[in-house]
Design a protein around this ligand. Structure first.
Ligand SMILES: C[S@@+](CC[C@H](N)C(=O)[O-])C[C@H]1O[C@@H](n2cnc3c(N)ncnc32)[C@H](O)[C@@H]1O
Length: 243
């Protein structure tokens, strides 16, 4: 099976947007894990004075996590799928949270940065050119700015790979198929198998010029399947939280 990319993927998310929140609500730990990853950014002063970017915000679950981790920050949230964004915008948000219909690839040229931190949840595995997007993210971050990538990225253990396939075959793909989104949930399964394992993605971040790269597992059944990757753009000593 070829993976869904670019416009095909955005169309698949447009279609899945109707059931997305219901399905993720059934996924144990989905929102808690996003919040934990957002908090791992360790943004100072509740985010006061900071501008944050949620890249691939979907229906706003990651944006909500970012807002809870940094309630005083200005947040710009972007997504390639107009359907997912419509769902996000329909929710109640404070005025300092803004949504924009842009691809991750377009954000660098949209001229809205720089950002103090970028959160990318379940995005990087989906893009055609992850190195290009990571280079764009670095160009958008202030020196010392922080990055948290929350992503399905397997540990490298055969047991975690087998568990992922069992959960997809037994639960995720059948549930997605019931909602009329078989291709997207099949893509989810295969794209995780195809994507970098955690040590390789950490290397990819270092190759992109990020510093202080760490891969931290999430709790629960997704341990070894989902990781938070933390990194900075340049020296930690110049980061906002260290001033
Ligand atoms: C699995 S959803 C995750 C949404 C949200 N971050 C969350 O945690 O619930 C992935 C999102 O990434 C978006 N996406 C995929 N490729 C993208 C790209 N190249 N640029 C911007 N958004 C993209 C999709 O439209 C989708 O809404």
């Amino acid at each position: 099976m070829t993976l869904l990319r670019d416009r095909d993927l955005a169309r698949a998310f447009d279609h899945a947007s109707y059931t997305y929140d219901r399905l993720t609500a059934l996924s144990p730990g989905y929102r808690t894990d996003l919040l934990r990853s957002a908090r791992r950014l360790r943004l100072p002063r509740g985010g006061a004075g900071l501008h944050l970017l949620d890249l691939g915000c979907g229906t706003g679950a990651s944006t909500r996590a970012l807002l809870r981790a940094a309630p005083h920050a200005r947040i710009t949230a972007v997504d390639a799928s107009s359907g997912m964004l419509r769902r996000a915008r329909a929710k109640p948000w404070p005025a300092h949270v803004r949504f924009r219909h842009l691809t991750a690839e377009e954000v660098a040229t949209a001229g809205k940065g720089p950002y103090d931190a970028v959160f990318a949840a379940y995005l990087l595995r989906n893009v055609t050119d992850p190195d290009g997007v990571l280079a764009a993210v670095r160009s958008l971050l202030r020196p010392g700015g922080r990055l948290a990538v929350h992503e399905y990225s397997l540990s490298g253990s055969a047991a975690h790979r087998a568990l992922w396939t069992a959960v997809c075959r037994g639960v995720i793909v059948p549930a997605g198929t019931l909602g009329g989104n078989r291709a997207l949930y099949h893509h989810l399964w295969r794209s995780v198998l195809d994507f970098d394992e955690a040590p390789d993605f950490a290397d990819r971040l270092e190759d992109a010029g990020f510093t202080g790269v760490r891969a931290v597992p999430v709790a629960g059944w997704q341990t070894g399947i989902v990781h938070t990757f933390l990194a900075r753009n340049g020296s930690a000593t110049t980061a906002e939280g260290d001033r």
